[in-house]
Design a protein around this ligand. Structure first.
Ligand code: C2E
Ligand code: MG
Ligand code: MG
Length: 726
């Protein structure tokens, strides 16, 4: 065994570094001692180093010396000639193609396809005899020491080395900071440098069982340069191992590089490039990459897939009220819950902010995507506990299906986003599939949104009033104020189209105030004219109700308009009361104290939990018109209405049915003991100036109805005041 202390023993007085290039082309071998400023390497005889191979270009490469002092010298290998022409077959260093490379000890060079070269640096004493051979070629003498009988400098055994020995010994680089190990074909370790000793102290003990040699073939492999490369992991460290088979010597040399740090930082960079650090979910870039690959697979195998776009409803509000820390924590918990609610074929990413995207691969049909969307909505709706408090968030989802709604990444995402827009417009906490008409609707909504900003100051809003009748007394007992937008170009626009936009933009707050003031003032005008009806009902949107100063605002308006609160009824929907129940009960109680009444609008369309009725102090339940639409004897709707009426009465609430269009519906509701009705049968919503004539014609309406007619002279008296009506 050779010792490792070549460089630790006393150095000879004159010692220098030698740069050796060994070139092998078939049977031909040449060893060049590099010392000149430059060498050209190539097939043509004018080159400094000539290689007679057809695979080598006329001038294949240039070697340039860098530095002057012996220690500072290094050689730069450049592909091609000095005029910048590249070689035909290129240069590979340790298996990697290069254009320019500063040679390092142990480098394995491949020139063209059939020429190999090794580059070594080693110490040599210039005081020792050296014999030159073939001009540039070198045959040199090296020091050899046997581990067993360490010899002093003076006793150094001087041997003239033949070519194979030179090649072998010149690579014994104890100076190398990287481990180098040599074994023979019997699997015995024939050499290990100092770095290998340090890094793998039990190498000798474990011999071939050491993980370094795992899967190592002792037979020379038949590849170019007889060099192969592999990566090995030993405990937590990762190494890159270059395996050099020296067929003639029946030796295998392993050059080992610790790449753990490199791997870790690469892994970290890769993670950062692909994942969102806050939620740990894949990021937008990763999603796009995955989607693009999945589209290709879906195309090939003719499969369907779905892209979902999900957005948290009102996340901004939570963030603003609770602060960013709680907001972040909510997002993190949300992401976790969201991910676990997905099936195996679901891939979720954070798109940014409170937006998430999902990729559902290989779905059978659209129903599968709906099922998953419903499951997600259900899961994320459950309360989140943050800083000891329970929070409820709902989400909206837009879905685009491949290939129907798009065949490319951008189109699918854009269309899922448009569908999400619609889901939000349609009242949140739901999902929507993309349909081509959405596109039109979305841009239309955008235009509406723009003109909505100026609608209030341009006085484009007006209120229509729809009468309500008491079925027992046959009297007009109230009017519902319904908002209309008289758009300068589009004419009258339905509130169903613009109220969701007003909610989203927050414009509903000033618009809502205007509605309340206008309705109260209108009612005062009618009251002054002594019109025979009770209350004015005003619709309150969820966003208005959730305003922290909502009750104060109502009180201010009542004071400002000098309106008696007992004539004001506020209509709120089930979706308004479903969130934050404690806050709702508190607010409702405060409103009761103010003296206003509360009506539960569109009852039966939302969550419809009868237990809410018991919890909340409503005065009125408004049965949604969808139950009245097809109302027939013995129908299911009749049973539902009958049950709601019974419960309402039991809880001392008044029950009013919306959307009564026919006499039959009116009759049936009467017989079911419904208190009041509202609908086209009685009257469509009217501009205020049409209300007096409604009253005039009302008795006509009741002609064949066993009713109590309002005295005609009273109506006539009202008619005289018609000019007061606005
Ligand atoms: P809503 O509060 O349930 O109002 C009743 C809706 O049913 C009104 O639609 C009314 O015109 C319509 N309607 C009444 N009787 C019948 C009938 O017999 N048949 C049919 N097919 N429809 C009938 P409108 O005015 O388009 O309002 C739609 C919704 O917009 C309202 O539903 C309400 O949720 C909202 N809205 C209307 N005005 C306001 C407002 O001032 N503020 C707020 N926040 N929302 C409003
Ligand atoms: Mg209403
Ligand atoms: Mg309604």
């Amino acid at each position: 065994m050779l010792s490792n202390n070549l460089n630790t023993k006393k150095k000879p007085e004159e010692e220098e570094l030698r740069h050796i290039l060994e070139i092998e082309h078939g049977e031909e071998k040449q060893t060049v001692h590099l010392k000149d400023r430059n060498y050209s390497i190539g097939r043509h005889p004018t080159n400094a180093i000539v290689i007679a191979s057809q695979q080598v270009s006329r001038t294949h490469a240039i070697l340039l010396r860098k530095g002057y002092a012996n220690e500072n010298i290094s050689f730069l290998l450049i592909d091609g000639d000095l005029q910048g022409r590249k070689s035909n077959n290129g240069i590979f260093i340790n298996g990697k193609k290069i254009h320019e490379h500063e040679l390092k000890h142990g480098d394995l060079i491949q020139i063209g396809t059939d020429v190999k070269a090794n580059y070594y640096i080693y110490h040599v004493s210039v005081s020792l005899k050296t014999k030159t051979h073939n001009n540039d070629s070198l045959r040199c003498k090296l020091f050899l020491e046997e581990e067993t009988e360490v010899k002093g400098y003076d006793e150094i055994c001087e041997k003239e080395l033949n070519y194979p020995n030179l090649r072998r010994l010149a690579s014994f680089a104890d100076l190398s900071p990287n481990p180098i190990v040599e074994i023979n074909q019997n699997g015995e370790i024939t050499y290990q440098n100092l770095a290998a000793n340090k890094k793998f102290p039990n190498l000798h003990k474990r011999k071939l069982f050491h993980p370094l040699f795992k899967d190592l073939s002792l037979e020379p492999i038949n590849i170019h340069g007889n060099v192969s490369k592999k990566e090995i992991t030993i405990e937590k460290e990762v190494f890159e191992q270059y395996i050099h088979y020296l067929a003639e010597d029946k030796l295998i040399r392993l050059y080992i590089f610790d790449i753990t740090e490199h791997k870790l930082s690469k892994k970290k960079l890769e993670y950062q490039a692909h994942y969102d650090l806050q939620t740990g979910l894949p990021n937008r870039a990763y999603f796009n990459e995955r989607l693009s690959k999945t589209i290709q697979l879906a195309k090939k195998h003719h499969k369907k897939m779905a892209v979902m776009f999900l957005d948290l409803d009102r996340f901004k509000k939570i963030n603003d009220t609770l602060g960013h820390k709680a907001g972040d924590s909510l997002l993190k918990n949300f992401a976790k819950r969201f991910k676990s609610s997905l099936p195996k074929n679901g891939f979720v990413a954070r798109w940014g902010g409170d937006e998430f995207t999902v990729l559902l691969t290989e779905i059978e049909n659209i129903e599968e995507a709906s099922k998953i969307a419903r499951r997600i909505l259900q899961e994320v709706k459950k309360p989140f506990e943050i800083e000891g408090q329970a929070f409820y968030v709902t989400s909206s989802i837009g879905i685009a299906i491949y290939p129907e709604n798009g065949k490319e990444v951008d189109t699918l995402i854009k269309n899922a986003d448009s569908a999400l827009y619609l889901a939000k417009r349609n009242g949140r906490n739901n999902y929507r599939f993309y349909s081509p008409s959405i596109q039109v609707k979305s841009s239309e909504s955008l235009k509406l949104e723009n003109s909505l900003h100026t609608a209030l100051e341009n006085q484009e809003f007006l209120l229509y009033y729809q009468p309500q009748m008491n079925l027992k007394t046959k009297e007009i007992c109230g009017f519902e104020a319904l908002l209309r937008w008289n758009h300068p170009e589009k004419g009258l626009i339905s509130p169903n189209r613009f109220i969701p936009i007003a909610e989203d933009t927050g414009l509903i707050i000033p618009i809502g105030e205007w509605i309340l003031k206008t309705a109260c003032n209108q009612m005062l005008t009618w009251q002054k004219a002594a019109f025979p009806f009770g209350k004015i009902s005003v619709n309150i949107s969820a966003r208005q109700f959730q305003q922290s100063n909502f009750v104060v605002k109502i009180a201010e308006i009542l004071k400002e308009t000098n309106f008696n609160p007992e004539y004001l009824e506020l209509e709120i929907t089930e979706t308004t009361v479903i969130e934050n129940v404690d806050y709702v009960i508190k607010t409702l109680k405060q409103l009761l104290r103010l003296g206003v009444s509360i009506s539960m609008d569109d009852f039966g369309t939302g969550y419809s939990s009868l237990s809410y009725l018991k919890k909340f102090p409503f005065h009125t339940i408004k049965i949604d018109r969808s139950f009245v639409n097809d109302l027939k004897d013995n129908s299911k709707d009749q049973e539902i209405i009958s049950a709601v009426i019974a419960i309402g009465h039991c809880l001392k609430m008044k029950v009013i049915a919306e959307g009564v269009e026919t006499i039959d519906q009116r009759e049936l509701l009467h017989s079911l003991n419904c208190d009041e009705i509202q609908g086209y049968w009685l009257s469509k919503p009217l501009p205020p100036e049409d209300v007096p004539s409604f009253f005039l014609n009302f008795p006509e309406k009741l002609k064949n109805y066993n009713h109590k007619v309002i005295p005609m002279d009273l109506i006539r008296q009202k008619k005289n005041h018609a000019q007061d009506f606005k």
